[in-house]
Design a protein around this ligand. Sequence first.
Ligand code: GAF
Length: 389
Amino acid sequence: MDAELLSAEFIRHFGHTPLLVRAPGRVNLIGEHTDYNLGFVMPGAINRAVYFAIALNQRQDARLIAYDEQQDRLTITLSSITVGEKQWANYLLGVIAQFQQRGLQVPGFDCIFGGDIPLGAGLSSSAALCCGLAFALNHLLKSGLDRLTLAQIAQGAEHAYAGVRTGLMDQFASLFGQAGHVVRLDCRSLVYDYFPFDTASSHIVLCNSGVKHSLASSEYNTRRYECEQGVAILKQRYPEVASLRDVTLAQLQALGHELGPVVYKRCRYVVEENQRVEAATQALNNGDLDAVGLLMYASHAGLRDEYEVSCRELDVLVEAAQSLPGVFGARMMGGGFGGCTINLVAPEHVPAFEKAMKEAYQRELGLPLETYHTVLVDGVSLVDLDSLA
Ligand code: GAF
C-alpha cells in the first residue's frame, strides 16, 4: 500500500482528485509509560505509515473507506458524530469530534486510507491514523492549527473514542519526527530536542512478537490510575509533587508503607525510567551505545518486574537478543502485553541477528517472527506524487 495506489483508488471510487498525506508510526528508544506521568520520552517516526487520499466533497457527509479492512466503508453524518461499532472508524470520528469541539466546522469529505504499519504491533498505527486525518483536515479547512495542537486533537480522539487514556508520545512522534533523529520530549513543558541517530554505528530492528493480549487497553488505564493514586498519596507528605516526575527514590521509599506494594512498584519504575532517559541522553551525546543498550535492558526489566506490562513472548525476545553478537540493547516497546521489541544492532550484524531471532522464537515458543529493519523519517507530511516519480 502506498500513496500512488491510494490516489488511483480514490479517483476510481469518488471521481475527483485527492490530497495525499503520509502519517508515520513510531519507535521509542527509551522512556516507556513516562509520558502520562509528565516525564521524558525519546521516540522517532519510522518508515511505516498510514497514507490518506482525501478531498472535500461538497456534501453533508464523510465517505470513508478503510482500504486494508477489505475496503470496509462507512458514510457518516457530520452533524451527529458519536462512537460507533467499527473500531477503525472510531479513531476518525474522534478526530472530527475534536475539530467540532474546538468550534471548527468539518464540511463533507471523501477519504480512503491504508498503510503498512502492522496493526497491534505497538507501532502506533492508531496515533498515525488520528494524526494523519487531523493534519489532512487542517490543510483542507485551512484551520491554521500548529502541529502540537494536531497532536493534542489526535490524543483527545483516542481518549474519547477509543477509551484509552494515552499520553502524548505517539502523536508527538508521528507529527514531530525528523529523519535520522530521535526526539527527546519533556512531556510537562513540551520542550523537545532532536538527537542524531548515527546509523553508521547501530540500526533499529523491531521484532514483532505477533501477540496482542486483550488486556492491553484496560491494564494501560489501570497503570495510569495506579500512578495517579501514588501521586495523590505522595502529595500529602510532599506538596511540591505534581507528578511522578517530581519524586525522588528516597521520597518513595519513605512512603513505601502508605503507597502499598503495587502502587510503590509502579511509581518506582516510573521514577527510575525517567532517570534512565536522562542517562540515555548523556550516553547518546557521548556516542556511547553500550551505555544506551544497558539502559534499554534495565528499562525492560523494570517494565517486566515493576510495571508488569511485559509478557512471556516479549521476555523471550529480549533474552534471545541479549545473547547475540552485535546487539547493544533490547527492550519491549510501547504500552506492553505484546507488540514489538526494539533492538539496537551493529549494522554488519543485522542480517544474522534477524535470522537468529526468528530461529530462537520458533525454537522457544513455536511461533513465527517478523522483523522490521527500521529507519527514522520525518513526521506527517503531504505526499507529492510528481516528486516521487
Ligand atoms: C502507548 C501510549 F499510547 C503512549 O502514550 C505511551 O504511554 C506508551 O504506550 C507507553 O510508553 O503507546
